[in-house]
Design a protein around this ligand. Sequence first.
Ligand SMILES: [Zn+2]
Length: 220
Amino acid sequence: MFRVRSASSFFYAVLVQFAIAVPAMADISDQEKPCTDSQSTIVNQALADAKAAIGKAIDSFKAPSSDDLARQQKWFGALSSDTAAKIQNVYETSLAQASFAQFWCPLSNDLSFKWDVGDLAAVSPDEAPGAIFLTPSFFDLGTSGKDSQMGTFIHELSHLVGIGLHPEVYGTDDALKLASSDPVKAKNNSDNYQYYVEDLIFGISTASQNSASKAKHKAS
Ligand SMILES: [Zn+2]
């Protein structure tokens, strides 16, 4: 994790590699670079996939099967009806947010944009409400399975609606551990929201296969 504070803004990001040094954030408007047509095609598909998947996640909380209940406990720990309703509300708010999210495609690894090497995606709710910033590394992600493009949107959307630990817990192994060791934190950790949906849609093995190549961070 690294920390960046620019005025009153919070900046959340996802990494594929560990951050070593982080330059100061420039004005967020510097990063509002339009996506290319081919990037936009990918973004639109991933967004459609994310919305459909979040819809299924909401259904899984409204009328959970026994498999759903087990999956919810797997990623969020023990649930009461109140905490289940809170998680459902995060997904419902994320789904609403997804409908008016704006996407920008800044160039990663270009210090003029102040991105860190390996950044995938980021949001800055205070300075750029509703905006999701994607770097070229995002487009290297797969379209299914854990750590997918769709899942990355679910992660970032959860930040846009107020989810975020300080520091965040990343990767499937640590997210699973968090659910069993500290369910309260798991219910406020974006990767847990992402992996619950990816597990629901694609299935995620419980065998240890942490995505070490995708260390992620949040800065605040
Ligand atoms: Zn995050």
